[in-house]
Design a protein around this ligand. Structure first.
Ligand code: MN
Ligand code: MN
Length: 452
C-alpha cells in the first residue's frame, strides 16, 4: 500500500545540508528582489549579470535580445531540434500614476496624485503602506529621466491615506469590500506647503516648482511618463525559523530569478532560452507582452546562427519540437482560508515546485491544458534529479480562476505547462514564499534545461 499511495512531503525533510543550500540561494534572491521592482529594472539587472559573468565571452553560441527595455530573451545554442524554453513574466501588480496625476484638493490644501491600478489588486492592501515611485519621464526635448524616490532611507515616501475606523461604518464597513474601496481613492499625498508668491493652487504650484528644480520637468512632461507606485519595503526573512521570504513582486520574479540562475548554471545539450516578458498581469497584450511577435525574434536568430534558413517552414518546425515551462507561481493553501481550495488538488507551500496542468475558469475555459505525455516526461526528469514536485489547481472548480502566459506560448504549437512555486498572499504588496520551494524551483528549471 505504501508504494501505491502518493504521499506529500515537505522540502524540509531533506535535512541540514539541504537547508544550508536553500538558505544561501535565498540570500542571492533577496538582493535581486530589492533591486528589481519593475520590469525595466529586471531587464537592466539581467544585462548587468550577463556582463559580470562574462556570458557572451565565448562567441556566437550565446546571445540575448532586449525588447523595448521591458522584455528579454537569453539564449545558449545546443544540439538537436527545437529548444528548451523557460518563460516568466517580470511585471507585477502595482499602482500606476495617471498621465495628468497632480491635483490640489481645495478644502484640505493637499496635493495628491491620481492613479490607475495595474493588475489584480485588493485595493485596501495598498493603503497606508510605504510606497516608492519608480519609472521614467521622457521630456519634450527627448531627454530621459529615470525616477526612483522612496527606496533610500533618506528619501521621502508616499502613502495613500485610508479612512479612520471611527468614521468608517457607513463608508466602508456596511459595503461589500469591492464597493468600500474605490479605485479613484487610491491617491497618495505628495505635498502641503504653499508657494506664497502664487494666488491660487498654491500647493500644487510649489510641488511643480520643486519638480522643476529637482528634475527639470513640467506638468506636461508627466504625460510622457511611466511612473509606478510600488511598496518601498525590502524583502525580509519571515518566521522565527526564517524559512520564508516576504517580498513585493514574487509573482513572478521568483520564477524570473530561478529561471535565469538555472539557465546560467546549467550544462545544456539542447538549445535553451530564458524569456522574460511584460504585461502578463494585464492580459499579455501590447508590444512587450507574450502575445507580441517579438517571441519570433530570438527564434529566427537561433535558426540563422545554426546556419538554417529562418523561413516560416523552419520556424514552425522548430517551435513544434520545442518544450516550455511557463514559469509562474500558484496560490498556496492559506491555513486561514482553506475553503476556497479542494485540498487534494491544491498546491501547498514547502512541498516543492508545482506543475499546474491547466488554469482557466468555469470548465477549464481559456486554459492551455498540458498533455499527459509532457507531464509524464517532466515527472521523470524531476524524479531523476531529486526535485520535489507537486500538482496544483488554482482553487475549487468555479471558485474563481486565472491565467498565465502558457496559452500564448501554446499558440505557437510549443509543448507547455505551468511550473513554479506556490506562494501565500499572492498579488498583495508583501507576498510570502518558502526558501525550500525557491531552491526546488531552481533545481527543477536546471534539470529541465539539462534534459534531452
Ligand atoms: Mn504570475
Ligand atoms: Mn499574477
Amino acid at each position: 500500500m505504501d508504494k501505491l499511495l502518493w504521499k506529500r512531503k515537505s522540502v524540509w525533510e531533506k535535512g541540514d545540508e539541504y537547508r544550508k543550500k536553500a538558505f544561501s540561494v535565498a540570500e542571492e534572491y533577496k538582493k535581486f528582489m530589492d533591486s528589481c521592482k519593475t520590469e525595466r529594472e529586471v531587464v537592466e539587472w539581467i544585462k548587468r549579470e550577463i556582463e559580470r559573468i562574462g556570458f557572451l565571452k565565448d562567441g556566437s553560441e550565446k546571445f540575448y535580445i532586449v525588447n523595448r527595455e521591458k522584455c528579454i530573451a537569453v539564449v545558449k545554442l545546443g544540439e538537436g531540434e527545437g529548444m528548451k524554453l523557460i518563460a516568466a513574466h517580470i511585471d507585477s501588480p502595482r499602482i500606476d500614476l495617471k498621465q495628468r496625476p497632480l491635483y490640489e484638493d481645495k478644502d484640505t490644501q493637499l496635493v495628491l496624485l491620481h492613479t490607475h491600478y495595474y493588475g489584480g489588486v485588493k485595493k485596501y492592501q495598498w493603503m497606508n503602506i510605504p510606497l516608492a515611485i519608480h519609472g521614467k519621464v521622457v521630456k519634450k526635448n527627448g531627454e530621459i529621466l529615470n525616477i526612483n524616490i522612496g527606496e533610500d532611507d533618506d528619501d521621502p515616501l508616499f502613502v495613500i491615506p485610508d479612512l479612520l475606523p471611527h468614521l468608517a461604518r457607513k463608508e466602508q464597513y456596511e459595503k461589500k469590500v469591492d464597493e468600500a474601496f474605490s479605485a479613484e481613492k487610491l491617491n497618495p499625498i505628495v505635498g502641503s506647503m504653499p508657494d506664497l508668491s502664487e494666488k491660487e493652487e498654491k500647493v500644487k504650484a510649489s510641488v511643480l516648482h520643486l519638480l522643476y528644480e529637482k528634475y527639470g520637468i513640467s506638468e506636461e512632461d508627466l504625460a510622457s511618463a511611466e511612473l509606478e507606485l510600488v511598496p518601498a519595503w525590502k524583502s525580509r526573512d519571515t518566521g522565527i525559523d526564517r524559512s520564508f521570504i516576504a517580498a513585493y513582486g514574487q509573482d513572478d520574479r521568483i520564477c524570473a530569478f530561478t529561471a535565469f540562475k538555472a539557465f546560467m548554471e546549467s550544462n545544456n545539450k539542447k538549445t535553451c532560452m530564458v524569456l522574460l516578458v511584460d504585461k502578463e498581469e494585464i492580459g499579455s497584450d501590447g508590444a512587450t507582452g507574450m502575445k507580441s511577435h517579438f517571441f519570433l525574434r530570438p527564434v529566427i536568430e537561433i535558426l540563422k546562427r545554426k546556419g538554417e534558413k529562418a523561413d516560416m517552414d523552419n520556424i514552425i518546425q522548430f517551435l513544434e519540437k520545442s518544450e516550455c515551462l511557463s514559469a509562474d507561481v500558484n496560490g498556496a493553501v492559506n491555513p486561514l482560508y482553506k475553503d476556497v481550495h479542494e485540498m487534494d488538488n491544491a498546491s501547498y507551500i514547502n512541498r516543492g515546485v508545482v506543475l499546474t496542468k491547466y488554469t482557466g475558469h468555469k470548465g477549464k475555459y481559456e486554459a492551455s491544458d498540458a498533455s499527459a505525455e509532457f507531464l509524464g516526461k517532466l515527472r521523470s526528469i524531476f524524479d531523476q534529479n531529486d526535485v520535489l514536485w507537486q500538482i496544483g489547481e488554482l482553487g475549487k472548480v468555479d471558485e474563481g480562476g486565472g491565467g498565465t502566459i502558457a496559452k500564448y506560448i501554446a499558440q505557437w504549437n510549443v509543448e507547455v505547462v505551468d511550473c513554479g512555486p506556490a506562494i501565500l498572499s499572492m498579488h498583495s504588496p508583501y507576498e510570502i514564499s518558502s526558501k525550500g520551494d525557491l531552491y526546488e524551483t531552481f533545481k527543477a528549471y536546471k534539470a529541465f534545461f539539462e534534459s534531452e
